[in-house]
Design a protein around this ligand. Structure first.
Ligand code: NAG
Length: 287
């Protein structure tokens, strides 16, 4: 009797010890799952890296190109309104392409202007915040307008006729699903892109008067298409430094209704709007 009591006490203790260990293990697992989940939540697939690297470091560690994207090119490849089938063989070569009039039929060409976007962002008042949290960047270039919000606040003055002489250029990503859905009422996915092309759920707007974007490289995951909807613009492309001996810089003019495709990850690029013109373009990626 006494022995069984001891034994059961011992057993009990043993059990207590192992259940304690089990308890710790469960806690550890729960913590592990929790942190994995938090990490997964904070991981934004739109970002190229989990940890953002400063631009300077990115410039230093950029892989050396084979230069096939620029060799023997003295101008972009210019086509008409290519079909999906004909576009396919050019789609991933990183040669600069201009498809004349390929987006001429987009209603956005008539409808998009500064006020269209101002109204859109007034209608969806959380969109600015949503863009911010989704990493949808705003680019002020040399305009001195620090945010999209201040751009919309200032634009009526900037755009009024008396001071039309002020030149400005801005761009921003649209991530907010409501804003995107409304924008996409006025243009389709470019018809020439391959059916299986991966496209991000964000599209950029670039607009300005009499100015443009200074030379830079983009740190994005895919190739880029841009639909020139209003105004004419000159593109300047420069091969990356390791290809400067075998390739040359090029420049070309795009007109409203043209689609431009540039691998902005390997071509340094800048744009200048034709003096005295307002320019508006929609841009996104494919891969
Ligand atoms: C270009 O091609 C697309 C698809 O075939 C067509 O819908 C569009 O109307 C064409 N645009 C022009 C300007 O011909």
């Amino acid at each position: 009797m006494y022995r069984t009591v001891i034994a059961s006490k011992y057993n009990y203790k043993l059990q207590d010890k192992s259940s304690n260990a089990l308890h710790h293990l469960i806690c550890l697992c729960v913590l592990l799952i929790h942190f994995t989940y938090m990490f997964w939540l904070s991981y934004n697939p739109a970002d190229k890296c989990l940890i953002q690297t400063p631009n300077l470091i990115k410039h230093l560690v950029r892989p050396i190109d084979s230069c096939s994207y620029c060799k023997a090119l003295s101008q972009p490849k210019v086509f008409g309104n290519l079909t999906q089938k004909k576009f396919k063989k050019h789609a991933y070569k990183s040669h600069p392409l201009v498809l004349k009039n390929a987006v001429n039929h987009w209603p956005a060409k008539q409808i998009f202007d500064v006020q269209f976007f101002k109204r859109l962002y007034q209608k969806y008042e959380n969109a600015l915040l949503y863009n911010y949290y989704e990493g949808c960047n705003y680019f002020s270039y040399d305009s001195g307008i620090p945010s999209l919000e201040s751009f919309f606040a200032k634009i009526d003055t900037i755009d009024s006729n008396e001071i039309k002489k002020v030149s400005w250029y801005v761009g921003w990503g649209n991530c907010d699903p409501d804003v995107l859905a409304e924008m996409r009422k006025y243009y389709p996915k470019p018809h020439f892109l391959p059916d299986d092309a991966e496209t991000p759920s964000k599209e950029y707007v670039f607009m300005g008067y009499d100015a443009g974007a200074t030379m830079h490289l983009d740190f994005i995951n895919r190739l880029m298409w841009q639909a020139q909807l209003k105004g004419t613009k000159t593109w300047y492309l420069k091969p990356s430094p390791e290809c400067e001996d075998v390739c040359q810089s090029l420049s070309f003019l795009v007109e409203p209704g043209d689609a431009v495709l540039v691998d902005t990850r390997v071509w340094y690029h800048g744009t200048t709007i034709t003096p005295g013109e307002f320019s508006l373009a929609i841009q996104s990626e494919y891969g």
